[in-house]
Each structure stands twice: as structure tokens, then as C-alpha cells.
Design a protein around this ligand. Structure first.
Ligand SMILES: Cc1cc2nc3c(=O)[nH]c(=O)nc-3n(C[C@H](O)[C@H](O)[C@H](O)COP(=O)(O)OP(=O)(O)OC[C@H]3O[C@@H](n4cnc5c(N)ncnc54)[C@H](O)[C@@H]3O)c2cc1C
Length: 365
């Protein structure tokens, strides 16, 4: 019923096959036997551990969006932006580089982009247990019941923590921080400025005319492409923690928890200074609205270690580093995965293939 099911069933099958799973263990070194990678050094809750590999070590440590060092080196303009996934340490990239590997396309990333703050309580869909007793009836319902019946569940997903559409800013919404101040040109990559604001948070503020126009296609507040669209009324219904509405700017400021005088002055200033030729109409008539907080994140980086078609990690001269494999984001090998689902598809497929090639090597040894 949700993404946790992948890990749940994978773990179940691994345990059935006798795989030794070490939780909370961080790999911090590769072991070498001559020029061959022969295992890893790690630390778990109890101290250092050494794990030997007969066939090879498969690096599957994800991307490097949470590594300040890698971001400084490869995407310096976004080094201050947090990763949405703090587990994306880049450790595997760094360990492999130490034995001669290199990263392809390290400057390509998804984001930074603004996203609404996650709901205080996880949605029902996220909390469903990954059991067949749940998924079978869900599957039956999806195949047989009319789609409108699923709208409430889908809406909660659509308003959970997706990105506000940039078209809202183009249509004239402004961004203010927790002090009620505008801090960036909304049309010039404001997502790079959001992390510098108090609490790394911002709000979209707009007037009644804009609110009305974001109640129907083609103006939606957020979307997961190919799934559904969320409009302003959906945020009102499902995210009272994000949705603010008041007849006056002072009332809106009170709801957002920002100083009223500052917000009023900032809106007045924005309206007065709109340059000639700017299509944005300004915030003119109440009621006024705000959506937020939004935060800015790097979703993931695309740069992966260079690998062969057998997922063996290579050096700059194309030489294979014996015994070292890479899969998933860490082993993306220069491929830019632009389509929906391609990343998870690549992670599963490349992981399975790399494991098979390493096992083949163990059998030959
Ligand atoms: C918000 C968000 C939405 C996404 N949506 C989609 C989507 O809709 N479709 C899609 O295809 N993809 C999506 N992706 C991308 C997709 O989730 C990733 O590309 C994919 O999970 C990568 O898989 P992986 O196994 O390579 O790495 P991960 O799933 O990141 O797993 C890496 C693991 O390695 C561990 N690790 C890191 N360093 C060490 C270390 N030193 N020692 C031991 N373990 C370590 C981490 O803790 C983590 O558990 C999304 C990503 C994000 C963040």
C-alpha cells in the first residue's frame, strides 16, 4: 500500500534466505587484498566490525545530497540547501574515490525546490501495514470501484509535502519569511534563498483573485504528475496547518504568526514597485491567503560512480577496480534518470544485477 512495502518484503525474503543484515552499521572503509577490494570496515552500535567479501563489495549508499563536502565541490551554489533525505551521505562515492573511482555527472541534481512542510501526523496511506490482507482489498477496490471514491485518499497524498507550483509565483503570489519580509525576487530562483530565512521557512501570500484562479485546471497548487492535482480548496480541507485565510492582511499575519505591520508594509511596497511590463497584478483585494511553511530541499543528486555494464566500478582510465561494484544512485554511472519511477527502477534492477555479478565472481574464485 505504500513505499515501505518494498523494504518489508525484501527483508522478509533476505531473512528467509539467511542473509546477515546489520542494522545501524555505517561503513567507513574498504579493505584491500592486493588490488582487489576484499571487504569493508564498519561501525555499528557496539563498535568496529570487519566484514569480508568473497565475490565483491556492492556500494549501494544512495546519492550525495546530504554531503556538504560533495555539494561544495560539485554544486557550490546549492551547498547550503539541505537534502530531503539525510541518509544520502555520499559515503560510498567517497570510499570509492579513495581507491581510484570517479563520479560521472556530479553537477546534476533534482532541486533545490520548495516543498510544503510535511503534515504533523503521517497520512493513513503511509501508516497502512504492508500486509497482503490490506493490499488485496486495495487492489480489488482500485480495479472495480469508481475513481472518485479514492479522491479523499489521493488528495491527502497530493497535499502531503509536494512542491507548490511555480505558476503561483508567476501569477503574483509573493514569498515572505517568518518575519513577514519578502526576501527574494519570486521569479528568480527564490528556493536558493529560503534556507537563509529564519527556520529555513517561507510562506506564499496571495489575494482573492489569485486564490479563485487556483481552484480549477489549469491552475493547480501541487501535483504528482500522472497521479492527480491539488487545488486551493484541497489544502483548505486537508492541511489546516498550512492553509491561512483572513479578510485583511493583519488577520492573515496573525494566522501565520508574522508581524502584521511588516506584512502590510511589504505588500504595499510590492504593489507600488511592480515594474512596468511586469504581468503580476499585485495583491489588491481581500480576503488574503497564505500557504506555508514551505522549505527548500535538494531531492537527490544524479552523479554516480562510473561503472561497466556489469556494474563494476572503474577508474578514470576505464580499468575495473576488482571486487568493487556499485548500484542504485551511487552506481548510476553517468545515466540521467529523468522519468518518473526510473530511479527506483534503476535502484532495484542495478542492485539485483550487481549482486548477481558479485556472486558469480565468488563462485569462480
Ligand atoms: C522525496 C523523494 C521522492 C522521490 N520520488 C521518487 C519517485 O517518485 N520515483 C522514483 O523512481 N524515485 C524517486 N526518488 C528517488 C529514489 O528514491 C532513489 O533514487 C532511490 O531510493 C535510490 O536507491 P538507492 O538504493 O540507490 O539509495 P537509497 O534508497 O538512498 O539507500 C541508500 C542506503 O544507504 C545507506 N547508507 C548511506 N551511507 C552508508 C554507509 N556509510 N554505510 C552503510 N549504509 C549507508 C543509507 O542509510 C540508505 O539506507 C525520490 C527520492 C526522494 C528523496
Amino acid at each position: 500500500p505504500n513505499s515501505r512495502a518494498y523494504a518489508y518484503y525484501l527483508e522478509k525474503e533476505c531473512r528467509r534466505q539467511g542473509v546477515d543484515i546489520r542494522l545501524n552499521a555505517r561503513v567507513d572503509g574498504l579493505l584491500r587484498d592486493g588490488d582487489r577490494i576484499s571487504g569493508v570496515e564498519a561501525h555499528d552500535g557496539r563498535g568496529p566490525v570487519t566484514l569480508l567479501a568473497r565475490g565483491g563489495v556492492v556500494i549501494a549508499s544512495g546519492d550525495f545530497s546530504a554531503s556538504t563536502e560533495f555539494k561544495r565541490e560539485h554544486v557550490p551554489h546549492a551547498a547550503h540547501v539541505d537534502a530531503i533525505n539525510p541518509a544520502s551521505t555520499g559515503d560510498g562515492h567517497a570510499l570509492a574515490q579513495r581507491v581510484g573511482a570517479f563520479i560521472k555527472n556530479p553537477e546534476v541534481m533534482w532541486g533545490p525546490s520548495m516543498r510544503f512542510k510535511a503534515p504533523p501526523v503521517e497520512t493513513l496511506l503511509r501508516r497502512l501495514p504492508p500486509s497482503r490482507w490490506v493490499t488485496r482489498p486495495m487492489q480489488f477496490a482500485l480495479m472495480n470501484l469508481p475513481l472518485w471514491m479514492f479522491r479523499p485518499f489521493v488528495t491527502r497524498f497530493m497535499t502531503a509535502s509536494l512542491a507548490p507550483e511555480p505558476s503561483m509565483l508567476r501569477a503574483g503570489a509573493i514569498l515572505v519569511n517568518r518575519r513577514g519580509e519578502r526576501f527574494a525576487d519570486e521569479l528568480s530562483r527564490p528556493e536558493l534563498q529560503v534556507p537563509h530565512q529564519p527556520g529555513k521557512e517561507a510562506f506564499l501570500v496571495f489575494d482573492d483573485a489569485l486564490a479563485k484562479s487556483f481552484e480549477a485546471w489549469p491552475n493547480f497548487v501541487s501535483t504528482a504528475p500522472g497521479v492527480a492535482y491539488a487545488y486551493l480548496r484541497d489544502y483548505k480541507a486537508t492541511r489546516p496547518d498550512l492553509y491561512h485565510e483572513a479578510p485583511t492582511l493583519a488577520g492573515l499575519a496573525a494566522s501565520m504568526g508574522v508581524p502584521a505591520q511588516v506584512l502590510e508594509a511589504q505588500v504595499q511596497d510590492f504593489n507600488a514597485r511592480l515594474p512596468a511590463g511586469d504581468a503580476r497584478p499585485g495583491l489588491r483585494r481581500g480576503p488574503f491567503y497564505a500557504l506555508g511553511p514551505v522549505l527548500s530541499w535538494i531531492v537527490f543528486t544524479e552523479g554516480g560512480l562510473a561503472v561497466t555494464a556489469r556494474h563494476e566500478v572503474t577508474q578514470t582510465d576505464g580499468q575495473v577496480i576488482p571486487g568493487l561494484y556499485a548500484a542504485g544512485s551511487a552506481g548510476q554511472g553517468g545515466t540521467i534518470l529523468a522519468g518518473h519511477g526510473h530511479h527506483i527502477g534503476w535502484a532495484m534492477t542495478s542492485g539485483r544485477r550487481a549482486g548477481r555479478f558479485a556472486a558469480e565472481r565468488a563462485r569462480q574464485a
